[in-house]
Structures are given as structure tokens and as C-alpha cells.
Design a protein around this ligand. Structure first.
Ligand code: BMA
Length: 399
């Protein structure tokens, strides 16, 4: 064999080995789908992956803005009033930002929301944003006005699409106005077009084909990326679903999703005088089945998974946290579970001092596998994750 042939064989062998190593490396890396994601966002993603192996973060919508009997009191939180610590995750909603309104659909001023989001970030917690947007074909119509074929019509009406583009610009501007103390973008989870397996919103199942829903999703994500929103992890979040196929019916593709989630509320038929009824096995079974589906898909697709919204309205079950929430979320690899807002005494989902389930909530808080702010603070989720043990490099020629 000539020297040239030997050199060629060695070179191609070297290339093959290094290529296949490189590919393995990329596949095993925990990266957000947006290749332009900021460093803090990439760190967040990798840290959430690690953290989810040890436990689940607890979240509460609008936690810092208001609670039962109070509004906009600096430093206050119903969760903190009960357990002395903030939730690890705080949810916010951007509804009405698209209309140019100064406050969201639940009257939270966007400027204050920005300040709260920064507080959460500076304490080391995570912010998530949903968006109950009005209808771009008729901005006077809310999310809950399920006008049929809105999305199909949007894509065939350049003027309407222009309206939607303008709305997306506002969302991108807002999300990129979230800045930390060094001017860095604050990484957040963004959860657009949610609960689409239900039909109560205009983007819901009965009002749009799977293909149009996917198109809308990709269009939305792409627009935000093009506008430089490189601080977002994208959460796909259905409502109830029956199977893995059902969950994926409107899934826009692996390049457009970082977090696999679902929303499910507990609406038991209970007698409010019964303080400790038997746990509602149907809800636990259904919710856990859905958790297992997102876990399986998350593992296959190398993504995060979360229980993006849940709640038992006005918490009439004293032991709901440990009897019902815990068996759904424990040992499931979920990143977080978030309960909805404490709007008033007939619409609340988190405990407050004296509330029937407050004592049981402390049991949830005390668990080592349920994380609140102090826990995530210690995990430092926006910094480079600790390096795992380096594998011994395999010498060329091995095996
Ligand atoms: C719903 C209710 C509404 C609210 C909406 C968006 O579940 O809480 O009152 O306007 O979420 O936050």
C-alpha cells in the first residue's frame, strides 16, 4: 500500500470517529431550541434539567402582585405568608399587552409586572408568561370568544396578519425589556396558544385544523426569535388529552418547543361540609397519566416537562396538597407545577394564612423534593451548571 493510501485511510478513519463523537455530544447536550439563546437562558435550561431529577419547583400565578385581601404590598406573597418563602416559579399573563393597554386583563400594570419579574429573577427564581390575547381579526373580541377559523382567516388576510405582527412586536419588546442588574436579558418561559386541546379559546381544537395551529405556532415563535427574544424557553401546553397521539396532534415540531406541558384543573363534586373526603382517585389517575406521557416524550425528545397550570378552586379540601398534588407530581421529573391566581375570596388557588389547606401546604413545603425560592436560590439556575465528571477520553484505535 502506498503511503498516500495509508494516509487517506487514517484520515478518513479519524474523521469518522471524531464526527460520530461530535454527534453524540450534540445529542446529549441540554440546549434550548433557539440557537441564539442567551448564555443565561442556556444555563437555565441545563440547570432545570438537573434540578428536575431531584424534585419539582412550586409555582403560583401573579404571586407578588396581589393575594387575598391585599394588592401591591412590597415583598408580600400569600405563599410567603404561609410558609415564610416565595414560590420558586411565578406566572404572569400578557393579555391586553397587544392592545397597547398599560395593564393586563387582570389589571396588573405591565410596568409593575416587569419589576416583579426582576425581583423573581434576582432572588434566583423563574418567571413564566402566558398570553390570553384578544382576537387579531377583531381586537374587541377576547380569547374566550371562540370565533371559528380565526387562524385560517388570519393567514389569508394580509391586513389582519399585519395586526398580529404588530402584537408579536409588542410581546417581543416587552420580553426583551426584562433586564437583570447587569443589563442582561432575564430568561423566562413563554407559553403561547395554551390549552388548545380544549375549545374555549379561538385557537382551541374545534376552531382550527392541526396544520393551521402548527403554522400559527411556528409563525409566532419565529417572529419572536427574529425580534431578538433570545431569552425565552418555549412551552407547549395542552389542556386535557387522551393519549400520546392526542397530545402530539398539534405539536409544532421539536425545533419550536423547549418545555412539554399541560394544564389540568381539579373540579371534584364534593360536599363542602366534608373536610377530609377520600382523595379523588379519578383526577389523580388522569393527571398522573398525563404526567407520564409528557415525561416519556420529554425523555425521548430530550426536553423539559412541566405541569404548567393546575388548581382546585378555593381549596375546599384540607389535605389537597399531600393527598392529591403530591402523588401527581412526585418522582416524575417535572420541572415545575404552577397553581393559578388568588384573585379574590371566590376565585383562588393557593393557600393564605388561615385558609383550610394552609397546614397541609406546609407539609408540601417541607418536602425535600418540592422546591421553593430558597431551594432554587441555592441551585443558582442562571449560572453555568457544575461540570459533571468528565469521561475519560477514548484513545484512537480503542475497540
Ligand atoms: C382565568 C381566570 C380569569 C383570568 C384569566 C387570565 O383562569 O382567572 O379571571 O382573567 O384566567 O388570567
Amino acid at each position: 500500500m502506498s503511503r498516500i493510501v495509508v494516509a487517506f485511510m487514517l484520515a478518513s478513519c479519524f474523521l469518522q470517529v471524531s464526527c460520530s463523537r461530535k454527534m453524540q455530544f450534540a445529542a446529549s447536550k441540554s440546549l434550548p431550541v433557539n440557537l441564539q439563546a442567551t448564555q443565561e437562558t442556556r444555563h437555565l435550561y441545563a440547570n432545570l434539567k438537573q434540578l428536575s431529577k431531584k424534585g419539582v419547583m412550586f409555582g403560583h400565578q401573579d404571586d407578588l402582585a396581589y393575594g387575598l385581601g391585599w394588592k401591591y404590598e412590597e415583598g408580600r406573597s400569600d405563599i410567603k405568608d404561609v410558609v415564610g418563602d416565595y414560590p420558586a416559579v411565578v406566572g404572569w399573563d400578557l393579555g391586553h399587552l397587544e392592545l397597547g393597554s398599560t395593564m393586563n386583563l387582570d389589571s396588573v400594570p405591565f410596568d409593575q409586572m416587569r419589576g416583579f419579574a426582576r425581583q423573581v429573577y434576582e432572588r434566583g427564581g423563574l418567571n413564566t408568561f402566558s398570553w390570553h390575547l384578544n382576537n387579531p381579526l377583531d381586537p374587541a373580541k377576547t380569547s374566550w370568544d371562540p370565533m371559528d377559523s380565526t387562524i385560517q382567516r388570519l393567514f389569508s388576510d394580509p391586513a389582519a396578519l399585519k395586526v398580529y405582527d404588530g402584537w408579536l412586536d409588542k410581546v417581543a419588546d416587552y420580553l426583551t425589556s426584562l433586564k437583570g442588574p447587569n443589563g442582561e436579558l432575564i430568561p423566562v418561559v413563554f407559553r403561547p396558544l395554551h390549552e388548545h386541546t380544549g375549545s374555549w379559546f379561538w385557537w382551541g381544537r374545534n376552531h382550527v385544523s392541526p396544520e393551521d395551529y402548527k403554522k400559527m405556532w411556528r409563525y409566532t415563535v419565529k417572529h419572536l426569535r427574529d425580534k431578538g427574544a433570545n431569552n425565552i424557553l418555549i412551552a407547549y401546553s395542552t389542556d386535557r388529552f387522551t393519549s400520546r397521539e392526542d397530545y402530539l396532534e398539534r405539536y409544532p415540531g421539536d425545533d419550536y418547543v423547549d418545555v412539554l406541558g399541560f394544564d389540568l384543573y381539579h373540579r371534584p363534586r364534593i360536599d363542602s361540609t366534608d373536610t377530609s373526603p377520600a382523595p379523588d382517585t379519578a383526577f389523580i389517575r388522569d393527571a398522573r397519566r398525563m404526567v407520564e406521557t409528557v415525561r416519556q416524550l420529554g425523555q425521548e425528545k430530550n426536553k423539559l416537562w412541566a405541569f404548567t397550570e393546575t388548581g382546585l378552586g378555593n381549596l375546599p379540601l384540607a389535605n389537597w396538597w399531600t393527598s392529591t398534588v403530591l402523588p401527581v407530581v412526585q418522582d416524575a421529573g417535572l420541572s415545575y407545577v404552577l397553581v393559578w391566581r388568588n384573585a379574590n375570596n371566590s376565585h383562588y388557588f393557593a393557600p393564605f394564612p388561615g385558609q383550610k389547606s394552609a397546614e397541609d401546604f406546609k407539609n408540601l413545603y417541607n418536602r425535600p423534593d418540592v422546591f421553593f425560592m430558597k431551594d432554587v436560590q441555592a441551585a443558582d439556575i442562571y449560572s453555568a451548571p457544575p461540570k459533571g465528571k468528565q469521561k475519560k477520553p477514548v484513545a484512537l484505535g480503542d475497540n
